[in-house]
Design a protein around this ligand. Sequence first.
Ligand SMILES: C[S@@+](CC[C@H](N)C(=O)[O-])C[C@H]1O[C@@H](n2cnc3c(N)ncnc32)[C@H](O)[C@@H]1O
Length: 603
Amino acid sequence: MLCIFKLKHDIRVESKVRIARRELEILLGSGAFEEIATIPALFKKTPFSLLDDEIIHRMSRLTYLGGVQGFLAEVPGLTELKSIVERSTYFREVYCLEIGGNGELHRNYGGIARAGEFVDVSPNMQIYKQNLEDGGTLLILIAFPIQTLMEYAGEVLKLPYVTFTKHIEDLGERLTVMEKGMEKGVEELLEHLRRGYRRAPWLGLYKEHIGDYVDWAFSDFRTWGLHFIHKHEGKADPWLAQSALNIALPEGKGVVLDPFCGSGTFIADAPLMGVNAVCVDVNPLSALIANVKCNLHRLDLGEVREALVAIARRGGSKAFKEHSTIKTAIDEVSSGLTRDFLYVMLSRQIGRRGDVYAGFIEDSIYFYLQAYASRKLMEMLDVEARGSCTVICGDVLEVELPQVDAIVTSPPYFDAVDYVTPVSQHLKILGLVKSLEVVDVRMLGSKSRRALSLRGLEELPPSAGEVIRILRFKGRVEKALRILQYLLDMKKALEKFYKTLRPGGRAVFVVGRYHHWRVGSIDLEIDGAKIIEDLGETVGFSFEEELQHNISKIDPGDRVKEEAVIVWSKSETIKPAPSRSYVRERTEIKGVKRLLDFLNNID
Ligand SMILES: C[S@@+](CC[C@H](N)C(=O)[O-])C[C@H]1O[C@@H](n2cnc3c(N)ncnc32)[C@H](O)[C@@H]1O
């Protein structure tokens, strides 16, 4: 079957297109496919020149504006196609063509297809038939990837018949109206996509129709499942999560470990992909968020609803003026996961101004409905979460890890981020720690972890050793000792991960690419990705590739804009990490200076 994989129109950065290509390569088991620069240009060539206006209209609608609009690939059969539809991240639609004969499309759908009509073969697949002049038939299968539908489902929350319900005072009644609105919206969404409405989306006020929202919503603002349930320092890009899992586990099954899981972004979709996950974080708030986010499929929505209604009936804002009173009410909820969900909702209110209770209830409703939308869509698509997720709260250097088939993670990036101070109030109010220091001292890269001497430096690869030497030479002895401790810890962690990974397994590490340290008037730019790659090699990992991933953040600011996705494997054939210079020194006067000059100076 010849298939067009059409990229989502709202991808914001080109690096995602390269990741989409890599992901498709993995899912197809081959890189032998073409890039489509412009979809409309395809219609000049056979067999696409045979297509009628109905299909051309659908295919050329909302195409990606970057350098490539999709990929053209030969897919062996329907089983392979379904697996891509279940697992891919960046495609809006897939179109598969088959002309006459005894191919899979004709055998499976030839009987139900009707000329010039879109016939549903499942809620996310349709078959379209064209009778050709030579008497043959052309069948086209259109499929919507699950991930794309999950993203769109979140948009349903914006519909007027879900939003305009604030006048309903009783929370139970309000939720009932909203749930009905969600059900109607999810059905309308699928219908909209299947029918391919032609009317132009309405951009002004009083939007009403689902198409007014879905087509024009940018992916950066989309929030599906529970991916955006709580802020987290260094949170990964949720669009990278599923592709990283695909790269790590080409077979799509097994056990994956995220040893620095933070809020659980990489693992959140694993159960839905049929993958079992184990994740670890030393910060109890991170572990709490990850537990809720990754166990969406186990969350008893009836129980969440009941608990919320019960809290609401106890007196509203007057009865719940403080975080602590809401916390006490949540403590009484019997089920662990429902309780954790509500703690996360309460944690969202900490540090915010305004009515704590009102914020708590509105956020709870919002995320309850997000979970409700995902659940409804999964039911309609007959998709089950076949994987499980276990979250361990502990120091990864100390906890016992199971044998795993893959590792996907984003570790602390040198000493760049303080993971404890911004959430110290949250940890205290939720009663998650006795003392903040106990958590901080176990945090890799934390200011509380510092080597006592330079012993151990010789165990590190030259790139790491040189960075320490440079810091010392520049008089930053404290910093040198902290970075040394971080690198020694990271090496120990990598050794442990290597042991826990089965032979032949892959590890995918997402790290910030550059790191800037100000030393006097000099800006040292450290290629941290290169140092981590070299560290991985010293513990036995074989370097496979490094993919670039640019982040498109809504808020600018000095966050890391470029990430490196490092892919290692545990095998006998070691390919050396790419050789490149890993430190650059910039001063206002001298401009860019390379490491070699530096070392000459030292000597
Ligand atoms: C870059 S963040 C991970 C963010 C995560 N991918 C997300 O999307 O939220 C790194 C995480 O490593 C955790 N961490 C640091 N030291 C640790 C240790 N010794 N054991 C386990 N986790 C640790 C931090 O608490 C932090 O949540």
